[in-house]
Design a protein. Structure first.
Lengths: 228, 245
Protein backbone atom coordinates (compact mmCIF):
# COMPACT_ATOMS: atom_id res chain seq x y z
CA UNK A 1 0.00 0.00 0.00
CA UNK A 2 2.73 2.32 1.02
CA UNK A 3 4.81 1.52 -2.05
CA UNK A 4 1.83 2.14 -4.35
CA UNK A 5 1.27 5.55 -2.75
CA UNK A 6 4.99 6.40 -3.18
CA UNK A 7 4.79 5.40 -6.86
CA UNK A 8 1.77 7.64 -7.37
CA UNK A 9 3.53 10.60 -5.86
CA UNK A 10 6.63 10.04 -7.94
CA UNK A 11 4.59 9.72 -11.12
CA UNK A 12 2.61 12.82 -10.29
CA UNK A 13 5.83 14.79 -9.65
CA UNK A 14 7.33 13.66 -12.93
CA UNK A 15 4.22 14.50 -14.84
CA UNK A 16 3.62 17.84 -13.23
CA UNK A 17 7.18 19.14 -13.31
CA UNK A 18 7.15 20.11 -17.03
CA UNK A 19 3.77 21.73 -16.51
CA UNK A 20 5.04 23.61 -13.51
CA UNK A 21 8.08 24.72 -15.50
CA UNK A 22 5.83 25.91 -18.30
CA UNK A 23 3.67 27.77 -15.82
CA UNK A 24 6.79 29.22 -14.24
CA UNK A 25 7.84 30.66 -17.59
CA UNK A 26 4.48 32.33 -18.05
CA UNK A 27 4.54 34.00 -14.63
CA UNK A 28 5.65 37.67 -14.53
CA UNK A 29 9.27 38.01 -13.58
CA UNK A 30 9.89 38.89 -9.96
CA UNK A 31 12.58 41.39 -11.15
CA UNK A 32 10.70 44.54 -12.26
CA UNK A 33 13.61 45.82 -14.38
CA UNK A 34 13.92 42.67 -16.42
CA UNK A 35 11.21 43.59 -18.94
CA UNK A 36 12.36 47.26 -19.39
CA UNK A 37 16.07 46.87 -19.65
CA UNK A 38 16.23 47.33 -23.39
CA UNK A 39 14.57 50.79 -23.76
CA UNK A 40 16.58 52.19 -20.85
CA UNK A 41 19.73 50.95 -22.48
CA UNK A 42 18.70 52.85 -25.59
CA UNK A 43 18.12 56.07 -23.66
CA UNK A 44 21.44 55.81 -21.91
CA UNK A 45 23.12 55.20 -25.23
CA UNK A 46 21.37 58.24 -26.75
CA UNK A 47 22.37 60.36 -23.80
CA UNK A 48 25.95 59.29 -24.04
CA UNK A 49 25.91 60.13 -27.73
CA UNK A 50 24.61 63.65 -27.11
CA UNK A 51 26.37 64.55 -23.86
CA UNK A 52 29.93 65.04 -25.15
CA UNK A 53 28.52 67.17 -27.93
CA UNK A 54 27.83 70.15 -25.58
CA UNK A 55 29.61 73.11 -27.09
CA UNK A 56 31.08 75.85 -25.00
CA UNK A 57 31.17 78.73 -27.37
CA UNK A 58 34.04 81.17 -27.70
CA UNK A 59 33.42 84.19 -25.50
CA UNK A 60 34.04 87.56 -27.08
CA UNK A 61 33.56 90.85 -25.35
CA UNK A 62 30.93 91.85 -27.88
CA UNK A 63 28.73 88.90 -26.84
CA UNK A 64 28.60 89.97 -23.21
CA UNK A 65 25.48 91.80 -22.16
CA UNK A 66 26.61 95.32 -21.23
CA UNK A 67 24.43 97.38 -18.94
CA UNK A 68 25.98 100.83 -18.98
CA UNK A 69 22.91 102.87 -19.86
CA UNK A 70 20.20 103.86 -17.45
CA UNK A 71 16.85 105.29 -18.46
CA UNK A 72 13.99 106.24 -16.20
CA UNK A 73 11.43 108.67 -14.87
CA UNK A 74 11.20 110.73 -11.72
CA UNK A 75 8.59 112.72 -9.82
CA UNK A 76 9.01 115.20 -7.02
CA UNK A 77 8.71 118.76 -5.89
CA UNK A 78 10.25 121.87 -7.40
CA UNK A 79 10.45 125.05 -5.40
CA UNK A 80 10.53 127.87 -7.95
CA UNK A 81 11.88 131.01 -6.32
CA UNK A 82 9.04 133.54 -5.87
CA UNK A 83 6.58 131.21 -7.60
CA UNK A 84 5.80 128.60 -4.99
CA UNK A 85 6.43 124.88 -4.86
CA UNK A 86 4.95 122.59 -7.43
CA UNK A 87 5.10 119.02 -8.60
CA UNK A 88 7.73 118.05 -11.14
CA UNK A 89 7.87 115.10 -13.52
CA UNK A 90 10.81 114.20 -15.68
CA UNK A 91 12.89 111.66 -17.55
CA UNK A 92 16.53 110.75 -17.13
CA UNK A 93 19.12 109.05 -19.34
CA UNK A 94 22.56 108.19 -18.05
CA UNK A 95 25.66 106.55 -19.51
CA UNK A 96 28.15 105.05 -17.09
CA UNK A 97 31.62 105.61 -18.53
CA UNK A 98 33.62 104.25 -15.60
CA UNK A 99 32.73 102.98 -12.15
CA UNK A 100 33.24 106.55 -10.94
CA UNK A 101 31.84 108.81 -13.65
CA UNK A 102 28.65 108.99 -15.65
CA UNK A 103 26.99 111.38 -18.08
CA UNK A 104 23.41 112.28 -17.40
CA UNK A 105 20.73 114.07 -19.35
CA UNK A 106 17.41 115.08 -17.81
CA UNK A 107 14.29 116.70 -19.11
CA UNK A 108 11.47 117.78 -16.80
CA UNK A 109 8.22 119.70 -16.60
CA UNK A 110 6.72 121.78 -13.81
CA UNK A 111 4.64 124.89 -13.39
CA UNK A 112 5.09 128.15 -11.49
CA UNK A 113 2.45 129.26 -8.98
CA UNK A 114 1.44 132.80 -8.06
CA UNK A 115 3.59 135.32 -6.23
CA UNK A 116 2.43 137.51 -3.38
CA UNK A 117 2.53 140.43 -5.85
CA UNK A 118 -0.22 138.70 -7.84
CA UNK A 119 -2.61 139.30 -4.94
CA UNK A 120 -2.41 143.08 -5.34
CA UNK A 121 -2.41 143.57 -9.08
CA UNK A 122 -2.50 141.92 -12.46
CA UNK A 123 -0.71 138.54 -12.55
CA UNK A 124 2.98 138.70 -13.39
CA UNK A 125 2.82 135.72 -15.72
CA UNK A 126 0.22 134.33 -18.07
CA UNK A 127 -0.75 130.67 -17.90
CA UNK A 128 1.60 129.69 -20.71
CA UNK A 129 4.41 131.71 -19.14
CA UNK A 130 4.00 129.75 -15.91
CA UNK A 131 5.04 126.57 -17.68
CA UNK A 132 8.45 125.53 -16.48
CA UNK A 133 10.46 123.09 -18.60
CA UNK A 134 14.15 122.39 -18.46
CA UNK A 135 16.87 120.14 -19.73
CA UNK A 136 20.24 119.53 -18.14
CA UNK A 137 23.40 117.83 -19.34
CA UNK A 138 25.47 116.79 -16.38
CA UNK A 139 28.49 114.88 -15.24
CA UNK A 140 28.01 112.61 -12.25
CA UNK A 141 30.52 111.22 -9.81
CA UNK A 142 29.85 108.17 -7.64
CA UNK A 143 31.15 109.73 -4.48
CA UNK A 144 30.25 107.16 -1.80
CA UNK A 145 29.45 103.73 -3.20
CA UNK A 146 28.34 101.14 -0.69
CA UNK A 147 25.86 98.54 0.39
CA UNK A 148 22.55 98.84 2.19
CA UNK A 149 21.08 95.97 4.20
CA UNK A 150 17.49 95.03 4.72
CA UNK A 151 17.41 92.50 7.53
CA UNK A 152 19.89 89.62 7.51
CA UNK A 153 19.32 88.20 4.08
CA UNK A 154 19.10 91.16 1.71
CA UNK A 155 21.82 93.53 0.57
CA UNK A 156 21.61 96.18 -2.14
CA UNK A 157 24.41 98.06 -3.81
CA UNK A 158 24.05 101.80 -3.48
CA UNK A 159 25.85 104.98 -4.34
CA UNK A 160 25.70 108.52 -3.14
CA UNK A 161 26.61 110.57 -6.19
CA UNK A 162 27.27 114.19 -6.98
CA UNK A 163 26.07 115.83 -10.18
CA UNK A 164 26.84 119.14 -11.81
CA UNK A 165 25.74 120.35 -15.18
CA UNK A 166 24.39 123.04 -17.44
CA UNK A 167 21.17 123.38 -19.34
CA UNK A 168 18.30 125.55 -20.33
CA UNK A 169 15.14 126.45 -18.45
CA UNK A 170 12.13 127.86 -20.21
CA UNK A 171 10.13 129.86 -17.70
CA UNK A 172 8.29 133.16 -17.88
CA UNK A 173 8.30 132.85 -21.66
CA UNK A 174 12.11 133.01 -21.89
CA UNK A 175 14.97 130.59 -22.29
CA UNK A 176 17.40 130.89 -19.41
CA UNK A 177 20.87 129.43 -19.14
CA UNK A 178 20.83 127.24 -16.06
CA UNK A 179 23.56 125.81 -13.88
CA UNK A 180 22.66 122.78 -11.83
CA UNK A 181 24.35 120.95 -8.98
CA UNK A 182 23.13 118.43 -6.49
CA UNK A 183 23.41 115.00 -4.99
CA UNK A 184 21.59 111.75 -5.48
CA UNK A 185 21.30 108.33 -3.96
CA UNK A 186 21.04 105.25 -6.16
CA UNK A 187 19.78 101.97 -4.70
CA UNK A 188 20.18 99.07 -7.13
CA UNK A 189 17.27 96.70 -6.49
CA UNK A 190 18.04 94.31 -9.35
CA UNK A 191 20.78 94.24 -11.95
CA UNK A 192 18.35 96.06 -14.21
CA UNK A 193 16.39 98.23 -11.78
CA UNK A 194 17.40 101.13 -9.52
CA UNK A 195 15.65 103.63 -7.29
CA UNK A 196 16.97 107.20 -7.17
CA UNK A 197 16.44 110.00 -4.68
CA UNK A 198 17.75 113.42 -5.67
CA UNK A 199 18.17 116.92 -4.30
CA UNK A 200 19.29 119.52 -6.84
CA UNK A 201 19.62 123.25 -7.17
CA UNK A 202 18.84 124.87 -10.54
CA UNK A 203 20.21 128.38 -10.77
CA UNK A 204 19.33 130.95 -13.42
CA UNK A 205 19.15 134.67 -13.78
CA UNK A 206 15.66 136.20 -13.75
CA UNK A 207 14.24 139.75 -13.71
CA UNK A 208 10.47 139.13 -13.67
CA UNK A 209 10.02 140.41 -10.14
CA UNK A 210 11.71 143.74 -10.79
CA UNK A 211 15.44 143.43 -10.54
CA UNK A 212 17.81 140.91 -12.05
CA UNK A 213 18.84 138.19 -9.63
CA UNK A 214 20.02 134.61 -9.50
CA UNK A 215 17.08 132.39 -8.62
CA UNK A 216 17.73 129.13 -6.78
CA UNK A 217 15.15 126.50 -7.58
CA UNK A 218 15.39 123.44 -5.40
CA UNK A 219 14.20 120.11 -6.71
CA UNK A 220 13.67 116.98 -4.64
CA UNK A 221 12.61 113.89 -6.49
CA UNK A 222 12.27 110.13 -6.46
CA UNK A 223 12.75 108.03 -9.55
CA UNK A 224 13.06 104.58 -11.05
CA UNK A 225 15.57 103.65 -13.72
CA UNK A 226 16.11 100.66 -15.93
CA UNK A 227 19.64 99.51 -16.83
CA UNK A 228 20.28 98.31 -20.37
CA UNK B 1 5.49 52.70 -26.40
CA UNK B 2 6.29 54.09 -23.00
CA UNK B 3 9.97 53.67 -23.74
CA UNK B 4 9.59 55.56 -27.02
CA UNK B 5 7.77 58.38 -25.26
CA UNK B 6 10.46 58.53 -22.58
CA UNK B 7 13.26 58.63 -25.09
CA UNK B 8 11.57 61.43 -27.08
CA UNK B 9 11.22 63.43 -23.87
CA UNK B 10 14.81 62.80 -22.96
CA UNK B 11 15.99 63.81 -26.41
CA UNK B 12 14.00 67.05 -26.12
CA UNK B 13 15.42 67.75 -22.68
CA UNK B 14 18.97 67.09 -23.80
CA UNK B 15 18.35 69.27 -26.87
CA UNK B 16 17.11 72.16 -24.75
CA UNK B 17 19.96 71.74 -22.29
CA UNK B 18 22.46 71.85 -25.15
CA UNK B 19 20.86 74.99 -26.58
CA UNK B 20 20.97 76.67 -23.18
CA UNK B 21 24.58 75.68 -22.79
CA UNK B 22 25.40 77.20 -26.15
CA UNK B 23 23.91 80.58 -25.21
CA UNK B 24 25.91 80.88 -22.01
CA UNK B 25 29.25 82.66 -21.79
CA UNK B 26 31.41 80.13 -19.99
CA UNK B 27 35.08 80.75 -19.36
CA UNK B 28 37.70 78.93 -17.36
CA UNK B 29 39.79 80.60 -14.65
CA UNK B 30 43.49 80.64 -15.58
CA UNK B 31 44.94 82.74 -12.77
CA UNK B 32 45.72 80.87 -9.51
CA UNK B 33 42.49 82.45 -8.31
CA UNK B 34 40.20 85.38 -9.05
CA UNK B 35 38.36 87.49 -6.54
CA UNK B 36 34.65 88.11 -6.40
CA UNK B 37 33.40 91.40 -5.02
CA UNK B 38 29.92 92.09 -3.71
CA UNK B 39 29.53 95.08 -6.05
CA UNK B 40 30.80 96.69 -9.22
CA UNK B 41 33.46 98.91 -7.67
CA UNK B 42 36.96 98.57 -6.24
CA UNK B 43 35.78 99.30 -2.68
CA UNK B 44 33.24 96.50 -2.42
CA UNK B 45 34.48 93.66 -0.21
CA UNK B 46 35.82 90.38 -1.61
CA UNK B 47 33.53 87.61 -0.38
CA UNK B 48 34.53 84.64 -2.54
CA UNK B 49 37.55 83.32 -4.40
CA UNK B 50 37.34 81.23 -7.55
CA UNK B 51 40.18 78.75 -8.04
CA UNK B 52 42.12 77.98 -11.19
CA UNK B 53 40.42 75.72 -13.76
CA UNK B 54 36.93 76.42 -12.42
CA UNK B 55 34.36 77.35 -15.05
CA UNK B 56 32.44 80.55 -14.57
CA UNK B 57 29.55 82.07 -16.47
CA UNK B 58 29.67 85.77 -17.42
CA UNK B 59 26.22 87.22 -16.80
CA UNK B 60 26.69 90.89 -17.62
CA UNK B 61 29.14 93.75 -17.77
CA UNK B 62 28.87 97.21 -16.22
CA UNK B 63 31.71 99.64 -16.94
CA UNK B 64 34.87 97.66 -16.01
CA UNK B 65 33.14 95.01 -13.91
CA UNK B 66 31.71 91.64 -14.86
CA UNK B 67 28.96 89.89 -12.97
CA UNK B 68 29.78 86.17 -12.96
CA UNK B 69 28.27 82.95 -11.59
CA UNK B 70 30.34 79.99 -10.44
CA UNK B 71 29.44 76.34 -11.01
CA UNK B 72 28.10 76.32 -7.45
CA UNK B 73 25.78 79.22 -8.18
CA UNK B 74 27.71 81.92 -6.30
CA UNK B 75 27.25 85.30 -8.00
CA UNK B 76 29.53 88.31 -7.69
CA UNK B 77 31.51 90.97 -9.51
CA UNK B 78 34.98 90.52 -11.01
CA UNK B 79 37.23 93.34 -12.23
CA UNK B 80 38.26 93.53 -15.88
CA UNK B 81 41.93 93.00 -15.04
CA UNK B 82 41.14 89.58 -13.59
CA UNK B 83 38.77 88.59 -16.36
CA UNK B 84 41.74 88.94 -18.73
CA UNK B 85 43.12 85.83 -17.04
CA UNK B 86 40.35 83.50 -18.16
CA UNK B 87 40.34 80.97 -20.98
CA UNK B 88 37.92 80.12 -23.71
CA UNK B 89 36.91 76.47 -24.19
CA UNK B 90 39.66 76.08 -26.82
CA UNK B 91 42.28 77.23 -24.30
CA UNK B 92 42.82 80.66 -25.84
CA UNK B 93 42.67 83.69 -23.63
CA UNK B 94 39.37 85.54 -23.52
CA UNK B 95 39.74 88.86 -25.29
CA UNK B 96 38.42 91.43 -22.89
CA UNK B 97 40.26 94.59 -23.69
CA UNK B 98 40.49 97.78 -21.77
CA UNK B 99 39.94 100.92 -23.81
CA UNK B 100 43.53 101.87 -24.47
CA UNK B 101 45.35 104.77 -26.03
CA UNK B 102 45.28 102.79 -29.27
CA UNK B 103 41.48 102.45 -29.10
CA UNK B 104 41.33 106.18 -28.46
CA UNK B 105 43.37 106.91 -31.58
CA UNK B 106 41.32 104.46 -33.66
CA UNK B 107 37.97 105.50 -32.22
CA UNK B 108 35.05 105.68 -34.62
CA UNK B 109 32.31 107.46 -32.70
CA UNK B 110 32.68 110.34 -30.30
CA UNK B 111 29.81 111.98 -28.37
CA UNK B 112 30.06 114.91 -26.02
CA UNK B 113 28.67 117.93 -24.28
CA UNK B 114 30.35 121.34 -24.30
CA UNK B 115 29.54 124.60 -22.59
CA UNK B 116 30.97 128.08 -22.91
CA UNK B 117 30.66 131.56 -24.32
CA UNK B 118 29.31 132.55 -27.74
CA UNK B 119 29.78 136.29 -28.43
CA UNK B 120 28.93 137.19 -24.83
CA UNK B 121 26.06 134.70 -24.50
CA UNK B 122 26.06 131.25 -22.92
CA UNK B 123 26.25 128.29 -25.26
CA UNK B 124 25.46 124.62 -24.66
CA UNK B 125 26.45 122.13 -27.38
CA UNK B 126 25.83 118.43 -27.86
CA UNK B 127 27.80 116.83 -30.67
CA UNK B 128 28.47 113.50 -32.28
CA UNK B 129 31.47 112.77 -34.47
CA UNK B 130 32.45 109.99 -36.83
CA UNK B 131 36.12 109.36 -37.59
CA UNK B 132 36.79 108.60 -41.23
CA UNK B 133 40.51 108.11 -40.61
CA UNK B 134 42.83 108.64 -37.65
CA UNK B 135 43.22 112.27 -38.69
CA UNK B 136 39.93 113.24 -40.29
CA UNK B 137 36.47 113.23 -38.79
CA UNK B 138 33.05 114.71 -39.45
CA UNK B 139 30.88 116.14 -36.73
CA UNK B 140 27.36 117.38 -36.33
CA UNK B 141 26.51 119.64 -33.43
CA UNK B 142 23.35 121.10 -31.98
CA UNK B 143 23.75 124.19 -29.80
CA UNK B 144 21.56 126.46 -27.79
CA UNK B 145 22.77 130.05 -27.33
CA UNK B 146 21.24 131.88 -24.39
CA UNK B 147 21.87 135.62 -24.32
CA UNK B 148 20.41 138.67 -22.62
CA UNK B 149 18.77 139.89 -25.82
CA UNK B 150 17.93 136.70 -27.64
CA UNK B 151 18.20 132.95 -27.63
CA UNK B 152 19.22 130.85 -30.62
CA UNK B 153 19.41 127.28 -31.76
CA UNK B 154 22.30 126.42 -34.04
CA UNK B 155 22.81 123.29 -36.13
CA UNK B 156 26.28 122.91 -37.67
CA UNK B 157 28.34 120.41 -39.64
CA UNK B 158 32.09 120.32 -39.19
CA UNK B 159 35.07 118.77 -40.87
CA UNK B 160 37.81 118.17 -38.33
CA UNK B 161 41.49 117.57 -39.00
CA UNK B 162 43.62 116.23 -36.17
CA UNK B 163 47.25 116.07 -37.37
CA UNK B 164 48.78 114.41 -34.28
CA UNK B 165 46.20 112.08 -32.75
CA UNK B 166 48.88 110.29 -30.70
CA UNK B 167 49.85 113.40 -28.74
CA UNK B 168 48.62 113.58 -25.15
CA UNK B 169 47.09 116.95 -25.86
CA UNK B 170 46.16 116.72 -29.50
CA UNK B 171 45.30 119.87 -31.47
CA UNK B 172 42.68 119.94 -34.23
CA UNK B 173 41.33 122.35 -36.83
CA UNK B 174 37.75 122.65 -37.99
CA UNK B 175 35.81 124.14 -40.86
CA UNK B 176 32.06 124.09 -41.02
CA UNK B 177 28.73 125.42 -42.04
CA UNK B 178 25.28 125.55 -40.52
CA UNK B 179 22.13 127.46 -39.71
CA UNK B 180 21.13 129.54 -36.72
CA UNK B 181 17.57 130.31 -35.59
CA UNK B 182 17.34 133.37 -33.38
CA UNK B 183 14.40 134.39 -31.20
CA UNK B 184 14.63 137.78 -29.46
CA UNK B 185 13.56 138.02 -25.84
CA UNK B 186 9.90 138.84 -25.47
CA UNK B 187 10.68 142.20 -23.85
CA UNK B 188 12.17 143.39 -27.15
CA UNK B 189 8.91 143.82 -29.01
CA UNK B 190 10.41 145.22 -32.20
CA UNK B 191 12.91 142.52 -33.00
CA UNK B 192 11.84 139.62 -35.20
CA UNK B 193 12.72 135.95 -35.38
CA UNK B 194 15.36 135.17 -37.97
CA UNK B 195 17.00 132.17 -39.61
CA UNK B 196 20.48 132.69 -41.05
CA UNK B 197 23.24 130.61 -42.58
CA UNK B 198 26.70 130.62 -41.11
CA UNK B 199 30.20 129.34 -41.71
CA UNK B 200 33.00 128.98 -39.26
CA UNK B 201 36.60 128.02 -38.73
CA UNK B 202 38.09 126.95 -35.48
CA UNK B 203 40.76 125.17 -33.55
CA UNK B 204 40.90 123.20 -30.38
CA UNK B 205 42.47 120.36 -28.46
CA UNK B 206 41.48 117.01 -27.08
CA UNK B 207 42.99 115.05 -24.24
CA UNK B 208 42.32 111.39 -23.48
CA UNK B 209 41.58 111.28 -19.75
CA UNK B 210 40.94 107.62 -18.99
CA UNK B 211 39.23 104.64 -20.63
CA UNK B 212 36.45 105.94 -22.91
CA UNK B 213 36.62 109.44 -21.54
CA UNK B 214 38.13 112.60 -23.02
CA UNK B 215 38.11 116.36 -22.47
CA UNK B 216 37.95 118.89 -25.22
CA UNK B 217 38.48 122.61 -25.66
CA UNK B 218 37.23 124.57 -28.68
CA UNK B 219 37.67 128.03 -30.15
CA UNK B 220 35.51 128.96 -33.13
CA UNK B 221 35.02 132.01 -35.25
CA UNK B 222 31.57 132.29 -36.90
CA UNK B 223 30.32 134.48 -39.69
CA UNK B 224 26.52 134.71 -39.74
CA UNK B 225 25.08 135.83 -43.10
CA UNK B 226 22.23 138.02 -41.90
CA UNK B 227 19.51 139.54 -44.03
CA UNK B 228 20.68 142.95 -42.85
CA UNK B 229 23.42 144.98 -44.54
CA UNK B 230 26.26 143.67 -42.43
CA UNK B 231 27.24 140.12 -41.67
CA UNK B 232 27.83 139.38 -38.01
CA UNK B 233 30.94 137.80 -36.55
CA UNK B 234 31.02 135.84 -33.32
CA UNK B 235 33.81 134.24 -31.41
CA UNK B 236 33.12 131.21 -29.31
CA UNK B 237 35.00 129.46 -26.50
CA UNK B 238 33.80 126.22 -25.05
CA UNK B 239 34.99 123.20 -23.10
CA UNK B 240 33.47 119.87 -22.18
CA UNK B 241 33.60 116.12 -21.87
CA UNK B 242 33.09 113.36 -24.38
CA UNK B 243 33.12 109.59 -24.55
CA UNK B 244 34.07 107.42 -27.50
CA UNK B 245 33.34 103.97 -28.92
Amino acid sequence: MESRFRLFLLTATLLLSPLAQAADNKQPSPNPDAGQTEPFKQIIQQESVIQPDIKRRQVKESQIDTENFEVGVFVGLLSIEDFGTNSIIGARLAYHVTEDFFFEGTYALSEGGTTSADNFGPPLLSTSQREYTFYTAALGYNFLPGEAFLGRGLAFNTSLYLVAGIGNTEFGGENRFTAMFGAGYRLILKDWLAVHANARDHIFSIDITGQEKNAHNIEISLGLTYFF
Amino acid sequence: MRALYLSVLLCLYVGIATAEEAARNLVQVYDPYIEMHTGDGRGFPIFHVIDRNEWIEILLQRTDWFKVRTENGVEGWVARGQMLQTLNPDGAKVEIKEASQEDYINRKWENGILGGDFGGAYIITAYTGYHLTENISTEVSLSQVLGNLSSSVMLAFHLVHEPFPEWTVSPFFTLGTGIIDTTPRSSLALARDSRDNLTHWGLGARMHLTKRFLVRLNYNNYVVYTSRNNNEEFTEWKAGFAFFF
